[in-house]
Design a protein. Structure first.
Length: 279
């Protein structure tokens, strides 16, 4: 049986001026599938050769074969580019001459032309290759990561409390709680994240923050830069409220105090009741 949207090993049964016909295995020559000359990648082919071809439907809804490799197959999760938006949905590039439709009902959020998003590829009821942004059910859980690991993840949704739904490595389910990110994030964004929790069900808890050691080290540089830009003084010290520190540096007071302490040990700054100044 022919697997549309996937690779199939089929035999060439005849050759024409415009391409090769492949045996669909039905016993009816009307079902033979065309492999056009412009889809052979320049390979020399002969009748009775068996070829590994990708099968899809062309613009006239006919089954067509190609030796080209698409960017995704049916049942794949793939990070693909939106190339056009129409009244019936959005079209995405999957590496062949015909783009894939994302029907309106399969768009859980707005898609912008020219931007990449994470999609699940499927066959619709008519046997056409299509895509959806409704990917959560296709993500898995894993035990390959541990707390402290750095991972990459794609934003694919937002919960009602503004926590961010993340596909780690575009395969595994993760979440950034609303107090674990500080900048604006959008659907399709790819983020570098730190695993800060592993939930009982296997979902990964994530943060845009780096490890504590890295965060504190980078914060020391930020504090010194801030002081230099403000004539060597800032009205913040280890008594400043967490809210004020967060607004100024987007960091917890705990990390801020650690960074100040390390800078004082290095004899680079000093504090008083008014704030902190550079030495």
């Amino acid at each position: 049986m022919i697997q549309i949207g996937d690779f199939n090993k089929l035999k060439i049964i005849r050759q024409t001026d415009f391409g090769y016909f492949l045996d669909a295995g039905t016993g009816n020559s009307k079902d033979d599938i065309l492999l056009p000359n412009n889809s052979t990648l320049g390979n020399e082919l002969n009748v009775d050769d068996e070829v590994d071809v990708f099968i899809y439907r062309d613009s006239k809804d006919r089954l067509i074969a190609t030796l080209e490799k698409p960017l995704a197959k049916v049942s794949d999760l793939a990070y693909l580019k939106v190339v056009a938006t129409t009244k019936i949905g959005s079209f995405i590039d999957f590496g062949l001459d015909k783009d894939i439709l994302v029907p309106l009902k399969e768009r859980l959020y707005g898609l912008s032309d020219g931007k990449f998003y994470l999609f699940y590829i499927y066959l619709d009821k008519t046997g056409r290759i299509a895509a959806t942004t409704n990917i959560d059910r296709y993500l898995d859980i894993t035990d390959k990561y541990k707390v402290g690991d750095t991972v990459k993840g794609t934003v694919y949704g937002f919960q009602t409390n503004k926590s961010v739904m993340i596909a780690v490595d575009n395969m595994y389910r993760g979440v950034i709680l609303n107090n674990e990110y500080f900048n604006d994030v959008h659907h399709g964004d790819v983020l570098e994240l730190t695993v800060n929790k592993i939930y009982e069900e296997g979902k990964l808890g994530l943060s845009t923050r780096k490890s504590a050691k890295t965060e504190v080290s980078e914060l020391q540089e930020k504090i010194l830069a801030y002081l230099k830009e403000h004539d060597g003084f800032m009205a913040f010290n280890d008594k400043t409220s967490p809210e004020v520190i967060y607004e100024a540096f987007h960091i917890s007071k705990n990390y801020f105090k650690q960074a100040l302490g390390r800078l004082m040990k290095k004899n680079l700054i000093e504090q008083n009741e008014n704030g902190t100044k550079i030495k």
